[in-house]
Design a binder for this molecule. Structure first.
Ligand SMILES: [Zn+2]
Length: 128
C-alpha cells in the first residue's frame, strides 16, 4: 500500500473519528448516498458510517475530499407512495390537464403559456 493510501486507511476510525478508507478500498457493504439510491435504498435512520478520503488535484479546489458512506445492512427500501398519495397526485395531474375554458380533460398537460387547451387557444386565436 502506498504512503498516500496508508494515510487514509483507518477502518477503526482511530485517527479520523469515523472509519476511513482510501479510494476504492471501502468494504462493499458501505455505499454512498448515490449508490444507495441506485439500488432503490435510503439510509433509514442511520447516520454516516464511514468515509472515503482522497486527495484531489483538481485545479481550483485542491485538497482532501471526502465521500460519506452508509451501511447497506441498515438501509431501508425507498418509500413508495401510499394509495392516498397516488390519488392526490392523480387529482393534481388531472387538474393540470383540465381546460378552464371548456372544462374538458384535454388528455395532456395544458401549455402554461396558453392556460387553456389547444382547441380553445386556437378558437380564441381565430376569433381574435
Ligand atoms: Zn378548452
Amino acid at each position: 500500500m502506498s504512503r498516500i493510501r496508508a494515510r487514509f486507511w483507518d477502518p477503526a476510525g482511530e485517527r479520523h473519528s469515523i472509519p476511513t478508507y482510501p479510494w476504492r478500498m471501502a468494504p462493499t457493504h458501505l455505499l454512498t448516498l448515490r449508490q444507495l439510491t441506485a439500488e432503490g435504498l435510503r439510509p433509514g435512520g442511520q447516520g454516516v458510517q464511514a468515509q472515503i478520503l482522497w486527495t484531489s488535484r483538481r485545479h481550483g479546489a485542491p485538497g482532501v475530499r471526502a465521500a460519506y458512506l452508509y451501511d447497506r445492512r441498515f438501509a431501508l427500501p425507498k418509500r413508495t407512495a401510499t394509495p392516498r398519495q397516488l390519488e392526490a397526485l392523480a387529482k393534481a395531474n388531472a387538474a393540470r390537464r383540465t381546460c378552464p375554458d371548456c372544462g374538458r380533460d384535454a388528455g395532456y398537460v395544458l401549455p402554461r403559456h396558453l392556460g387553456t387547451c389547444l382547441d380553445c387557444a386556437e378558437t380564441a386565436g381565430v376569433a381574435a
